[in-house]
Design a protein. Structure first.
Length: 440
Protein backbone atom coordinates (compact mmCIF):
# COMPACT_ATOMS: atom_id res chain seq x y z
CA UNK A 1 0.00 0.00 0.00
CA UNK A 2 1.56 3.31 -1.01
CA UNK A 3 2.45 5.81 1.69
CA UNK A 4 -0.20 8.53 2.06
CA UNK A 5 0.92 12.10 1.42
CA UNK A 6 -1.18 15.09 2.38
CA UNK A 7 -2.66 17.33 -0.33
CA UNK A 8 -0.89 20.64 -0.82
CA UNK A 9 -1.43 23.94 -2.55
CA UNK A 10 0.06 24.12 -6.02
CA UNK A 11 3.39 26.00 -5.96
CA UNK A 12 3.63 29.13 -8.07
CA UNK A 13 5.49 28.51 -11.33
CA UNK A 14 4.02 31.20 -13.52
CA UNK A 15 0.53 32.22 -14.61
CA UNK A 16 -0.29 28.71 -15.77
CA UNK A 17 -0.36 27.58 -12.12
CA UNK A 18 -2.99 30.15 -11.13
CA UNK A 19 -6.57 29.70 -12.29
CA UNK A 20 -9.94 31.43 -12.36
CA UNK A 21 -11.64 31.52 -8.95
CA UNK A 22 -15.00 29.69 -9.01
CA UNK A 23 -16.46 32.28 -6.62
CA UNK A 24 -15.28 35.76 -7.67
CA UNK A 25 -14.39 34.69 -11.27
CA UNK A 26 -11.10 36.61 -11.10
CA UNK A 27 -8.51 35.12 -13.47
CA UNK A 28 -5.10 33.94 -12.22
CA UNK A 29 -6.11 34.27 -8.56
CA UNK A 30 -7.06 30.69 -7.64
CA UNK A 31 -4.59 28.14 -6.25
CA UNK A 32 -5.57 24.49 -6.59
CA UNK A 33 -4.97 21.74 -4.08
CA UNK A 34 -2.87 18.90 -5.52
CA UNK A 35 -3.05 15.25 -4.55
CA UNK A 36 -0.01 14.45 -2.41
CA UNK A 37 0.61 11.13 -4.16
CA UNK A 38 -0.16 11.98 -7.76
CA UNK A 39 0.63 15.73 -7.76
CA UNK A 40 -2.58 16.22 -9.79
CA UNK A 41 -5.45 18.63 -8.97
CA UNK A 42 -8.10 17.11 -6.75
CA UNK A 43 -10.86 19.10 -8.44
CA UNK A 44 -11.24 22.43 -10.19
CA UNK A 45 -13.20 23.85 -7.25
CA UNK A 46 -10.87 22.59 -4.51
CA UNK A 47 -8.48 25.39 -3.70
CA UNK A 48 -7.98 28.83 -2.26
CA UNK A 49 -8.57 32.30 -3.68
CA UNK A 50 -5.70 34.73 -3.25
CA UNK A 51 -8.13 37.56 -2.49
CA UNK A 52 -8.74 36.64 1.14
CA UNK A 53 -10.59 39.83 2.03
CA UNK A 54 -12.53 40.55 -1.14
CA UNK A 55 -13.47 36.94 -1.88
CA UNK A 56 -12.34 34.58 0.88
CA UNK A 57 -13.14 31.39 -1.04
CA UNK A 58 -11.31 28.38 0.45
CA UNK A 59 -12.58 24.87 -0.26
CA UNK A 60 -10.29 22.32 1.35
CA UNK A 61 -9.79 18.68 0.26
CA UNK A 62 -11.34 17.52 3.56
CA UNK A 63 -14.50 19.53 2.87
CA UNK A 64 -14.65 18.25 -0.70
CA UNK A 65 -14.34 14.57 0.24
CA UNK A 66 -16.87 14.99 3.08
CA UNK A 67 -19.30 16.42 0.53
CA UNK A 68 -18.39 13.79 -2.10
CA UNK A 69 -17.39 10.55 -0.30
CA UNK A 70 -17.65 8.59 -3.54
CA UNK A 71 -14.71 10.60 -4.93
CA UNK A 72 -12.33 9.81 -2.10
CA UNK A 73 -10.80 6.71 -3.62
CA UNK A 74 -11.32 7.64 -7.23
CA UNK A 75 -8.27 7.62 -9.47
CA UNK A 76 -9.96 8.68 -12.67
CA UNK A 77 -11.10 12.01 -11.24
CA UNK A 78 -7.63 13.51 -11.49
CA UNK A 79 -7.34 12.63 -15.16
CA UNK A 80 -10.68 14.27 -15.91
CA UNK A 81 -9.62 17.32 -13.92
CA UNK A 82 -6.43 17.68 -15.95
CA UNK A 83 -8.38 17.48 -19.20
CA UNK A 84 -10.86 20.07 -17.94
CA UNK A 85 -8.08 22.46 -16.90
CA UNK A 86 -6.38 22.13 -20.29
CA UNK A 87 -9.70 22.85 -21.97
CA UNK A 88 -10.17 25.99 -19.82
CA UNK A 89 -6.69 27.21 -20.67
CA UNK A 90 -7.28 26.77 -24.42
CA UNK A 91 -10.51 28.77 -24.12
CA UNK A 92 -8.80 31.68 -22.40
CA UNK A 93 -7.66 34.57 -24.61
CA UNK A 94 -4.03 34.38 -25.70
CA UNK A 95 -1.59 36.26 -23.50
CA UNK A 96 1.68 35.87 -25.32
CA UNK A 97 1.64 38.48 -28.07
CA UNK A 98 -0.19 41.73 -27.32
CA UNK A 99 -1.82 43.60 -30.15
CA UNK A 100 -0.15 46.87 -29.16
CA UNK A 101 3.14 47.82 -30.82
CA UNK A 102 6.28 46.54 -29.14
CA UNK A 103 7.67 50.07 -28.82
CA UNK A 104 5.72 51.81 -26.02
CA UNK A 105 4.37 55.29 -26.52
CA UNK A 106 6.50 58.06 -25.09
CA UNK A 107 5.02 59.37 -21.86
CA UNK A 108 4.75 63.13 -21.40
CA UNK A 109 5.34 64.05 -17.77
CA UNK A 110 4.14 67.27 -16.13
CA UNK A 111 6.57 70.18 -16.56
CA UNK A 112 7.06 70.27 -12.79
CA UNK A 113 8.26 66.68 -12.85
CA UNK A 114 10.67 66.38 -15.77
CA UNK A 115 13.01 63.69 -14.48
CA UNK A 116 16.54 63.20 -15.79
CA UNK A 117 17.88 59.96 -17.16
CA UNK A 118 18.89 57.61 -14.37
CA UNK A 119 22.46 56.58 -13.63
CA UNK A 120 22.02 53.85 -11.03
CA UNK A 121 24.98 53.00 -8.81
CA UNK A 122 24.91 50.61 -5.89
CA UNK A 123 25.32 52.45 -2.55
CA UNK A 124 28.67 51.94 -0.83
CA UNK A 125 26.99 50.17 2.12
CA UNK A 126 25.62 47.49 -0.21
CA UNK A 127 28.56 46.93 -2.53
CA UNK A 128 29.23 43.20 -2.57
CA UNK A 129 30.40 40.63 -5.08
CA UNK A 130 27.29 39.72 -7.05
CA UNK A 131 27.24 36.43 -8.97
CA UNK A 132 26.96 36.46 -12.74
CA UNK A 133 24.49 33.61 -12.50
CA UNK A 134 22.67 31.89 -9.63
CA UNK A 135 24.87 29.61 -7.57
CA UNK A 136 24.39 25.89 -8.16
CA UNK A 137 21.71 26.57 -10.78
CA UNK A 138 22.37 24.01 -13.48
CA UNK A 139 19.73 22.52 -15.74
CA UNK A 140 20.24 18.97 -14.44
CA UNK A 141 20.81 19.61 -10.75
CA UNK A 142 18.21 21.11 -8.46
CA UNK A 143 19.53 23.19 -5.57
CA UNK A 144 18.63 22.12 -2.04
CA UNK A 145 18.88 24.91 0.53
CA UNK A 146 21.11 27.36 -1.34
CA UNK A 147 19.30 30.64 -1.98
CA UNK A 148 19.85 31.91 -5.51
CA UNK A 149 20.25 35.56 -6.42
CA UNK A 150 19.95 37.69 -9.53
CA UNK A 151 22.95 39.70 -10.77
CA UNK A 152 22.86 43.41 -9.96
CA UNK A 153 23.37 44.13 -13.66
CA UNK A 154 19.66 43.43 -14.22
CA UNK A 155 18.72 46.06 -11.63
CA UNK A 156 21.06 48.59 -13.20
CA UNK A 157 19.77 47.82 -16.70
CA UNK A 158 16.15 48.35 -15.62
CA UNK A 159 16.83 51.73 -13.98
CA UNK A 160 14.30 54.14 -15.44
CA UNK A 161 11.65 56.67 -14.44
CA UNK A 162 9.56 55.60 -17.43
CA UNK A 163 6.98 53.49 -15.62
CA UNK A 164 3.31 54.34 -15.31
CA UNK A 165 3.63 54.09 -11.53
CA UNK A 166 6.28 56.84 -11.43
CA UNK A 167 4.19 58.90 -13.85
CA UNK A 168 1.33 58.66 -11.36
CA UNK A 169 3.58 59.86 -8.53
CA UNK A 170 4.40 62.95 -10.60
CA UNK A 171 0.83 64.14 -10.11
CA UNK A 172 1.32 64.58 -6.35
CA UNK A 173 5.01 64.76 -5.44
CA UNK A 174 7.93 66.98 -6.37
CA UNK A 175 10.73 65.95 -8.67
CA UNK A 176 13.23 65.88 -5.80
CA UNK A 177 11.08 63.56 -3.71
CA UNK A 178 10.54 61.19 -6.63
CA UNK A 179 14.23 61.10 -7.52
CA UNK A 180 15.06 60.24 -3.90
CA UNK A 181 12.47 57.51 -3.47
CA UNK A 182 13.17 55.90 -6.86
CA UNK A 183 16.85 55.83 -6.00
CA UNK A 184 16.35 54.46 -2.48
CA UNK A 185 14.12 51.61 -3.65
CA UNK A 186 16.01 51.08 -6.97
CA UNK A 187 12.71 51.11 -8.89
CA UNK A 188 12.97 49.85 -12.45
CA UNK A 189 10.76 49.87 -15.54
CA UNK A 190 10.03 47.57 -18.46
CA UNK A 191 9.58 48.54 -22.11
CA UNK A 192 5.80 48.34 -21.49
CA UNK A 193 6.00 50.97 -18.73
CA UNK A 194 5.54 48.40 -15.97
CA UNK A 195 7.29 49.11 -12.69
CA UNK A 196 9.79 46.64 -11.21
CA UNK A 197 9.79 46.45 -7.42
CA UNK A 198 13.16 44.81 -6.73
CA UNK A 199 13.50 42.69 -3.61
CA UNK A 200 16.99 43.53 -2.28
CA UNK A 201 17.91 41.91 1.03
CA UNK A 202 19.85 43.44 3.90
CA UNK A 203 23.14 42.23 2.36
CA UNK A 204 22.39 43.96 -0.95
CA UNK A 205 21.68 40.71 -2.81
CA UNK A 206 18.87 40.64 -5.35
CA UNK A 207 16.25 37.99 -4.55
CA UNK A 208 13.83 38.80 -7.40
CA UNK A 209 11.79 41.61 -8.92
CA UNK A 210 8.01 42.03 -8.89
CA UNK A 211 6.67 43.39 -12.18
CA UNK A 212 3.36 45.28 -12.04
CA UNK A 213 1.36 47.57 -14.31
CA UNK A 214 -0.43 50.69 -13.03
CA UNK A 215 -2.82 53.23 -14.46
CA UNK A 216 -0.78 56.47 -14.70
CA UNK A 217 -3.84 58.63 -13.93
CA UNK A 218 -5.51 56.74 -11.07
CA UNK A 219 -2.54 54.87 -9.62
CA UNK A 220 -4.60 51.69 -9.50
CA UNK A 221 -3.08 48.39 -10.54
CA UNK A 222 -4.19 47.19 -13.97
CA UNK A 223 -5.90 43.82 -13.62
CA UNK A 224 -6.88 41.80 -16.68
CA UNK A 225 -6.30 38.45 -18.36
CA UNK A 226 -3.43 39.90 -20.39
CA UNK A 227 -1.88 42.02 -17.63
CA UNK A 228 -0.94 40.16 -14.47
CA UNK A 229 1.79 40.25 -11.85
CA UNK A 230 5.03 38.76 -13.14
CA UNK A 231 8.44 38.09 -11.64
CA UNK A 232 11.94 38.65 -12.95
CA UNK A 233 13.12 35.19 -11.92
CA UNK A 234 10.25 33.62 -13.88
CA UNK A 235 11.24 35.57 -16.99
CA UNK A 236 14.84 34.44 -16.57
CA UNK A 237 13.74 30.81 -16.21
CA UNK A 238 12.14 30.98 -19.64
CA UNK A 239 15.11 32.60 -21.37
CA UNK A 240 18.23 31.33 -19.57
CA UNK A 241 18.81 27.61 -18.80
CA UNK A 242 21.07 28.58 -15.89
CA UNK A 243 17.99 29.77 -14.01
CA UNK A 244 15.84 26.70 -14.70
CA UNK A 245 16.10 25.51 -11.08
CA UNK A 246 16.25 28.94 -9.48
CA UNK A 247 15.69 28.57 -5.73
CA UNK A 248 13.73 31.64 -4.63
CA UNK A 249 13.53 32.92 -1.08
CA UNK A 250 11.68 36.21 -0.89
CA UNK A 251 12.54 39.08 1.43
CA UNK A 252 10.69 42.26 2.37
CA UNK A 253 10.56 44.93 -0.29
CA UNK A 254 12.86 47.68 0.98
CA UNK A 255 14.78 45.38 3.34
CA UNK A 256 18.08 46.84 2.13
CA UNK A 257 17.09 50.17 3.72
CA UNK A 258 17.91 48.64 7.12
CA UNK A 259 21.54 48.76 6.08
CA UNK A 260 21.38 52.10 4.28
CA UNK A 261 19.60 53.86 7.17
CA UNK A 262 20.26 51.70 10.26
CA UNK A 263 19.09 54.32 12.77
CA UNK A 264 15.58 54.67 11.39
CA UNK A 265 12.68 52.72 12.94
CA UNK A 266 10.72 50.38 10.67
CA UNK A 267 7.17 50.62 9.35
CA UNK A 268 5.69 47.60 7.56
CA UNK A 269 2.81 47.80 5.09
CA UNK A 270 1.33 45.26 2.72
CA UNK A 271 1.88 46.73 -0.76
CA UNK A 272 5.07 47.98 -2.40
CA UNK A 273 3.17 50.98 -3.76
CA UNK A 274 2.16 51.92 -0.21
CA UNK A 275 5.73 51.74 1.07
CA UNK A 276 6.96 54.04 -1.70
CA UNK A 277 4.22 56.65 -1.19
CA UNK A 278 4.35 56.77 2.61
CA UNK A 279 8.15 57.06 2.56
CA UNK A 280 7.79 60.40 0.76
CA UNK A 281 5.35 61.71 3.37
CA UNK A 282 7.02 60.31 6.49
CA UNK A 283 10.68 59.79 5.55
CA UNK A 284 11.81 59.37 9.19
CA UNK A 285 10.90 55.66 8.90
CA UNK A 286 12.24 52.84 6.77
CA UNK A 287 9.05 51.73 4.99
CA UNK A 288 9.03 48.05 4.02
CA UNK A 289 6.35 46.03 2.23
CA UNK A 290 5.32 42.43 2.89
CA UNK A 291 4.09 42.05 -0.70
CA UNK A 292 0.72 40.54 0.21
CA UNK A 293 -1.47 39.71 3.20
CA UNK A 294 0.48 36.53 3.98
CA UNK A 295 3.88 38.10 3.28
CA UNK A 296 4.41 38.95 6.94
CA UNK A 297 6.06 35.85 8.42
CA UNK A 298 8.72 34.71 10.86
CA UNK A 299 11.28 33.59 8.28
CA UNK A 300 11.42 36.96 6.53
CA UNK A 301 11.22 38.83 9.83
CA UNK A 302 14.54 37.51 11.17
CA UNK A 303 16.08 40.80 10.00
CA UNK A 304 13.86 42.55 12.60
CA UNK A 305 16.12 41.48 15.46
CA UNK A 306 16.73 44.39 17.88
CA UNK A 307 14.63 46.69 15.70
CA UNK A 308 11.67 48.98 16.50
CA UNK A 309 8.78 48.09 14.19
CA UNK A 310 5.23 49.33 13.62
CA UNK A 311 2.83 47.33 11.45
CA UNK A 312 0.27 49.18 9.30
CA UNK A 313 -2.16 46.54 7.97
CA UNK A 314 -4.73 47.29 5.29
CA UNK A 315 -8.33 47.83 6.33
CA UNK A 316 -9.88 44.48 7.22
CA UNK A 317 -6.52 42.82 7.88
CA UNK A 318 -5.83 44.00 11.42
CA UNK A 319 -6.77 40.77 13.21
CA UNK A 320 -4.64 38.58 10.98
CA UNK A 321 -1.57 40.81 11.24
CA UNK A 322 -2.10 41.08 14.99
CA UNK A 323 -1.81 37.30 15.25
CA UNK A 324 1.29 37.42 13.04
CA UNK A 325 2.77 40.06 15.34
CA UNK A 326 2.33 37.79 18.37
CA UNK A 327 4.11 34.95 16.55
CA UNK A 328 7.01 37.21 15.55
CA UNK A 329 7.37 38.44 19.15
CA UNK A 330 7.75 34.87 20.37
CA UNK A 331 10.60 34.02 17.99
CA UNK A 332 12.44 37.30 17.35
CA UNK A 333 13.75 39.75 19.98
CA UNK A 334 12.35 43.07 18.79
CA UNK A 335 10.03 45.91 19.75
CA UNK A 336 7.00 45.46 17.54
CA UNK A 337 3.58 47.11 17.64
CA UNK A 338 0.57 47.34 15.35
CA UNK A 339 -1.40 50.40 14.33
CA UNK A 340 -5.21 50.49 14.46
CA UNK A 341 -5.50 53.76 12.56
CA UNK A 342 -6.58 52.50 9.16
CA UNK A 343 -8.73 49.69 10.59
CA UNK A 344 -10.90 51.87 12.82
CA UNK A 345 -11.15 54.91 10.56
CA UNK A 346 -12.10 53.05 7.38
CA UNK A 347 -15.70 52.87 6.19
CA UNK A 348 -17.29 49.50 5.28
CA UNK A 349 -16.80 50.35 1.61
CA UNK A 350 -13.13 51.11 2.21
CA UNK A 351 -12.68 47.84 4.08
CA UNK A 352 -14.16 45.94 1.13
CA UNK A 353 -11.77 47.77 -1.19
CA UNK A 354 -8.71 46.95 0.94
CA UNK A 355 -8.08 50.60 1.88
CA UNK A 356 -4.59 51.38 3.19
CA UNK A 357 -2.63 54.36 4.49
CA UNK A 358 -1.41 55.29 0.99
CA UNK A 359 -5.00 55.52 -0.25
CA UNK A 360 -5.72 57.99 2.51
CA UNK A 361 -2.60 60.03 1.69
CA UNK A 362 -3.53 60.25 -2.00
CA UNK A 363 -7.10 61.19 -1.06
CA UNK A 364 -5.84 64.05 1.08
CA UNK A 365 -3.35 65.20 -1.56
CA UNK A 366 -6.20 65.32 -4.09
CA UNK A 367 -8.34 67.30 -1.66
CA UNK A 368 -5.50 69.74 -0.99
CA UNK A 369 -4.84 70.17 -4.70
CA UNK A 370 -8.53 70.85 -5.40
CA UNK A 371 -8.66 73.27 -2.47
CA UNK A 372 -5.60 75.18 -3.70
CA UNK A 373 -7.08 75.37 -7.20
CA UNK A 374 -10.41 76.63 -5.83
CA UNK A 375 -8.60 79.18 -3.63
CA UNK A 376 -6.72 80.47 -6.68
CA UNK A 377 -9.99 80.81 -8.63
CA UNK A 378 -11.58 82.65 -5.70
CA UNK A 379 -8.62 85.03 -5.48
CA UNK A 380 -8.81 85.80 -9.20
CA UNK A 381 -12.56 86.34 -8.94
CA UNK A 382 -12.13 88.66 -5.94
CA UNK A 383 -9.44 90.68 -7.70
CA UNK A 384 -11.74 91.09 -10.72
CA UNK A 385 -14.51 92.43 -8.45
CA UNK A 386 -12.11 94.89 -6.84
CA UNK A 387 -11.04 96.17 -10.21
CA UNK A 388 -14.68 96.78 -11.17
CA UNK A 389 -15.40 98.46 -7.78
CA UNK A 390 -12.39 100.61 -6.83
CA UNK A 391 -14.09 101.94 -3.70
CA UNK A 392 -14.57 98.46 -2.26
CA UNK A 393 -12.57 98.17 1.01
CA UNK A 394 -9.66 95.79 1.23
CA UNK A 395 -10.66 92.52 2.89
CA UNK A 396 -8.50 89.48 3.47
CA UNK A 397 -9.51 86.45 1.48
CA UNK A 398 -11.04 83.97 3.93
CA UNK A 399 -12.18 80.50 2.90
CA UNK A 400 -15.65 79.62 4.10
CA UNK A 401 -14.57 76.20 5.29
CA UNK A 402 -11.59 75.21 7.36
CA UNK A 403 -8.69 73.90 5.32
CA UNK A 404 -7.97 70.24 5.95
CA UNK A 405 -4.35 71.00 6.76
CA UNK A 406 -5.05 73.56 9.50
CA UNK A 407 -4.09 72.31 12.98
CA UNK A 408 -6.86 71.19 15.30
CA UNK A 409 -5.24 72.92 18.28
CA UNK A 410 -2.42 75.29 19.09
CA UNK A 411 -0.06 72.64 20.46
CA UNK A 412 3.44 73.38 19.09
CA UNK A 413 5.39 70.69 17.30
CA UNK A 414 9.05 69.95 17.62
CA UNK A 415 11.31 71.74 15.09
CA UNK A 416 11.93 68.47 13.23
CA UNK A 417 8.24 67.62 12.91
CA UNK A 418 7.33 71.21 12.02
CA UNK A 419 9.92 71.10 9.23
CA UNK A 420 8.32 67.89 7.91
CA UNK A 421 4.86 69.52 8.00
CA UNK A 422 6.11 72.61 6.17
CA UNK A 423 7.62 70.36 3.52
CA UNK A 424 4.49 68.22 3.14
CA UNK A 425 1.21 69.68 4.56
CA UNK A 426 -0.59 66.35 4.07
CA UNK A 427 1.33 65.06 7.11
CA UNK A 428 -0.58 67.54 9.28
CA UNK A 429 -3.81 66.20 7.82
CA UNK A 430 -2.85 62.70 8.94
CA UNK A 431 -1.99 63.99 12.42
CA UNK A 432 -5.32 65.78 12.79
CA UNK A 433 -7.47 63.05 11.21
CA UNK A 434 -6.00 60.26 13.30
CA UNK A 435 -5.45 62.45 16.41
CA UNK A 436 -1.78 61.52 16.59
CA UNK A 437 0.40 62.74 19.45
CA UNK A 438 4.09 63.46 19.05
CA UNK A 439 6.35 61.50 21.41
CA UNK A 440 9.06 63.82 22.71
Amino acid sequence: MPHYKKPYLQPYKGKSTRHTCPACKDAYSFTLYLDGNTAQPIHTIVGKCNHENKCGYHYTPRQYFNDHPEKKNSRTQNQATVRQLKKQQTQQPPTTKPTTPRQPKKQHLPESCQLPSRQLTLPQQLQIQHPKQPAQSTPNKKPTTEINHIPYAYVKRSASYNSNFVHFLCNYFTKDKIETVVGDYALGATKNNEVIFWQIDIDGKIRTGKIMQYNPKTGKRVKSNTVAINWVHNKLKKTNPAYANFNLSQCYFGEHLLRLYPNKPLAIVEAEKTAVITSMVIPEYNWLAAGNLNGLNIEKSKVFENQDIVLYPDAGCYEKWNRKMVEIKKHIPCQIAISELVEYHATPQQIDAGYDIADYIIQQLKANKNYDQQKSRNRISLQAKRQSSPLQPEEPLQPKVKHATEPCDSTPFSPTLQKMINSNPSLLTLINEFQLVECQ
